[in-house]
Structure formats: structure tokens, C-alpha cells
Design a protein around this ligand. Structure first.
Ligand SMILES: NC(=O)c1ccc[n+]([C@@H]2O[C@H](COP(=O)([O-])OP(=O)(O)OC[C@H]3O[C@@H](n4cnc5c(N)ncnc54)[C@H](O)[C@@H]3O)[C@@H](O)[C@H]2O)c1
Ligand SMILES: [Zn+2]
Length: 413
């Protein structure tokens, strides 16, 4: 309501136009061995001036991570013992299942908020969430609603969480068959990316985050795309220098968007970074989440890149380069879920387009490349082109053996 509204005579009318600004900031750090007592990053993040007593901290941790790193809980307890003057564990670290299951019901949010309450965390308490993007989304949501928001430090432990899911301002859980249907925008106090955790990831979860790097490079940064293309085989081989540069450059592009787009809390009707995501979300759902988000995004990028070529936004040579680079990294460009139909014979992915429209709420908007590294928005998706794209991906890249032969051919061109 603004104060220019005309009111009928005789009705009471008072409008106090309220406007205020607050500046937001938080550090995103890159390190190794975060729980080594000689590494100062975490304790520096938690220290506050003139602290009367040790701060109460609760740790929420991903069981996929603790299973692969059996010494981790011990390292955490030693780290707290070492810094006991400044911080204390409010309770034993609370372990949650990792992966999408932790977001699929309210149960874990109830467990998390109950643990915070039992541990008597007050408004100055801190939650340290350690794990993949799914755990961080659930833990972040729980921290955001407990006492209307207590401090949250995220320690992302997958590639995708370190370069995308864990560094931004969103959280959420899945409800009513929709991803992230319940959630908030909530800023962390800090994010600490520890590259050491990547060593125990499965290949799927290691490489999944690289798809997000392609996503943002293709619409924002041509030189970053060239870097990914040039280093695709090194990335597939889990080369530490290549993955660390990929994560950091990708994180910088995401953070730059949050800080400078003017729409950090996504009030507009577009998702300016979500290239390839409209179909990716549907593919993930259709697979019952057996397909990782990053893998689904890779397929979504391949599909939208076909459309971009058909719309003359990129050249055929550029389409081939994108697909070859994804495949050389070990990412998929085809999924059987693209071809699934509903009972009326309609492609499920077309239903995904409708769901995307509903999710955006406003005008249907797709982010597309305008040449590699530049972005443009389209407000329509010609489904005939999408169908052709699906057939193209299936016929050309539909089985793994063929993929590698064709990639080889493209590389040799
Ligand atoms: N909030 C956001 O802005 C945002 C952005 C993008 C994606 N997301 C969400 O992120 C989630 C995907 O996150 P993800 O790709 O990190 O996967 P994930 O959280 O599903 O984790 C994948 C698997 O890896 C395990 N794991 C985590 N760290 C490990 C480690 N270091 N070693 C071994 N195993 C480890 C987990 O237990 C899990 O089984 C999705 O739910 C997606 O919706 C959120
Ligand atoms: Zn994504």
C-alpha cells in the first residue's frame, strides 16, 4: 500500500511509509583442515568482542561425511577442548542422514530444533552445520526459525555445496511433492569451505558440482568456460588444483550475483543463474532423487544448449564444445527420464515446464546464453525444439560407449 491510494470519503486513513536499509555481509573462506587446532579460521569466525563466557555451539553433521571420516567427531571434540575458553559444545554433535532424505520431511527439522531447545541455545547460540547441500538446507532452515534465527556457520563438504548450495542465502526442505517448497532466505554468519573433505566424495558427488560451474560460466564468464573445457579431463581425474580453482571461481560468480544483482532475495520473476534448471528439477524428481542434482543440471544444460543453438544464441560449434566438455568431465548429457511420458502420452518434462511456470509465479523466464559467457532472457520455450533436442541428445549421446567415442572425435577436430 502506498500513500497515494485514494480512500473513499469518511473512511479512516493512516499510512506510515516505512523504509530502512541494512547492510548484509558474511565471509566465505577457503581452507583445509578446518578442525586442526592450528587452523585459526573457525575460531576467528566465532570470537566476539568482550565475550563474557564461552559461546554455546551446536554442531549438526552429515552422516555420509562421518561414515567416510570416522576420526572427524573426535577431531571436533578436540578442537572444542582446545578452544574451551571461547566456545563450548552445547551437546554432542547431532548426526543427521545425508542426501535428499534429510530434506524430505519435517522430522529432521523437529529433531534439530528440539536439540537446540534441549541444549538451551539462546539468541547468541551458534549452529555449525557440516555436510552436503541437503544437510545444510535443512540445518539452515532449522537455525533460521529457532528463536527467529540464531547464528549459522556453514561448513560445506561436497563440491556442489562449496561452490553453490552452501555459500548463498537460501535454505529449505521439500514438501507437497515440490523441491524447497518450505524455506527461508537467511544469511549465514560465515561459510568455511574445507577442500580436504572432497577426498572422500563418490565420483558422482565430486563431479556434480562441476555442472554448476558450467551453468554459471556459460551465462556469465567465457574465460571460465574455456578453463573448464581445457581442464575437463583433469577435473574428471580429481586433480586438486583444477577442482579448487573451479570451486573458487564458481563461488565468486555466485557471490557476485548475490551482492550486486539487486535481487538477492529473488523477488523478481526470473532465476537469473538457473540455466538448465527447469528440466533438471523435473529429472531429479522423476528419478526419485537417484540422479544427483549436478548430473541433472548437466543434462538440463545440454538440452537448453540445443535450444540456444536452434535460436541462434550459440553456434553449432559452441554446442559441440559444451557437450564435449561436459562429457569429458564425466557428466551426463542424456537421461532416460527425458523420454518418460505420463498416462496421456505427454512427455513428463513438458509437465516440468508447467511446474516451473507455477514456481516462478510471474512471467515465464528462462535464462539462456547469448554467445558463451553472456546472458539473455527468453519468455517462451518452443516445445517442438525441446522435443527435437531430446531426440538429438538421445540419438547422438544416448549410450556411454558412444559418448566417449564421439567426444574423442570432437576433441580431435
Ligand atoms: N540453498 C541453495 O541455495 C541450494 C543451491 C543449490 C542446491 N541446493 C540443494 O543442495 C542439495 C544437493 O547438495 P549436494 O550436491 O551437496 O548433495 P547432498 O547434500 O545430497 O550430499 C550427497 C551425498 O554426499 C554425502 N557427503 C557429504 N559430504 C561428504 C564427504 N565429504 N564425503 C563423503 N560423502 C559426503 C552425503 O551424506 C550424501 O549422501 C539439493 O537438495 C539441492 O536442492 C541448495
Ligand atoms: Zn543447481
Amino acid at each position: 500500500m502506498n500513500n497515494k491510494i485514494r480512500f473513499p470519503e469518511g473512511l479512516p486513513r493512516t499510512v506510515i511509509p516505512l523504509k530502512f536499509a541494512q547492510s548484509f555481509h558474511y565471509p566465505v573462506c577457503f581452507t583445509r583442515d578446518v578442525f586442526n587446532t592450528r587452523n585459526p579460521i573457525l575460531i576467528d569466525t566465532l570470537k566476539v568482542k568482550n565475550q563474557p563466557r564461552a559461546r554455546k555451539i551446536m554442531v549438526m553433521i552429515d552422516d555420509g561425511l562421518t561414515r567416510q571420516n570416522p576420526q572427524l567427531l573426535n577431531d571436533i571434540s578436540q578442537w572444542f577442548e582446545h578452544h574451551k575458553e571461547l566456545v563450548c559444545l552445547a551437546c554432542e554433535p547431532v548426526v543427521f542422514p545425508g542426501g535428499e532424505q534429510v530434506k524430505n520431511s519435517w522430522d529432521h527439522v523437529h529433531r534439530a530444533t528440539k536439540a537446540m531447545n534441549d541444549a538451551e541455545l539462546d539468541r547468541h547460540g551458534v549452529v555449525i552445520a557440516v555436510g552436503g547441500g541437503a544437510l545444510l538446507d535443512m540445518a539452515g532452515f532449522s537455525a533460521a526459525i529457532f528463536h527467529r534465527g540464531i547464528q549459522l556457520v556453514r561448513i560445506p563438504t561436497t563440491t556442489l555445496a562449496q561452490n553453490d548450495a552452501g555459500i548463498g542465502v537460501k535454505n529449505g526442505i521439500n514438501q507437497y511433492g515440490k523441491k524447497n517448497c518450505i524455506g527461508t532466505f537467511f544469511l549465514p554468519a560465515a561459510v568455511i569451505n574445507d577442500y580436504g573433505f572432497l577426498a572422500t566424495l563418490s565420483f558422482e558427488h565430486f563431479i556434480g558440482g562441476v555442472a554448476e560451474a558450467f551453468k554459471i560460466a556459460l551465462i556469465r564468464d567465457r574465460s571460465f568456460f574455456s578453463f573448464l573445457e581445457k581442464n575437463s579431463v583433469r577435473l574428471k581425474q580429481r586433480d586438486p588444483a583444477a577442482i579448487e580453482e573451479t570451486i573458487e571461481r564458481c563461488a565468486r560468480l555466485h557471490l557476485d550475483h548475490i551482492a550486486h544483482s539487486g535481487d538477492a532475495f529473488e523477488t523478481g520473476s526470473s532465476r537469473p543463474l538457473d540455466y538448465g534448471h527447469w528440466s533438471a528439477h523435473k529429472i531429479e524428481m522423476l528419478s526419485g532423487f537417484s540422479m544427483g542434482h549436478g548430473q541433472a543440471v548437466s543434462v538440463g544444460i545440454a538440452l537448453d544448449s540445443y535450444t540456444a543453438w536452434q535460436l541462434s544464441l550459440i553456434s553449432r560449434a559452441e554446442l559441440d564444445r559444451i557437450i564435449a566438455a561436459l562429457i569429458n568431465c564425466g557428466l551426463p548429457v542424456w537421461s532416460q527420464y527425458l523420454a518418460i511420458t505420463d498416462t496421456s502420452g505427454r512427455l513428463e518434462i513438458e509437465n516440468g515446464l508447467e511446474e516451473f511456470r507455477q514456481h516462478l509465479g510471474g512471467r515465464l523466464t528462462f535464462t539462456m546464453p547469448d554467445g558463451i559467457g553472456q546472458t539473455c532472457e527468453r519468455h517462451e520455450m518452443d516445445f517442438d525444439i525441446v522435443r527435437q533436442g531430446i531426440a538429438f541428445l538421445k540419438n547422438t549421446w544416448g549410450d556411454a560407449g558412444r559418448n566417449s567415442r564421439i567426444t574423442e572425435t570432437i576433441r580431435q577436430r
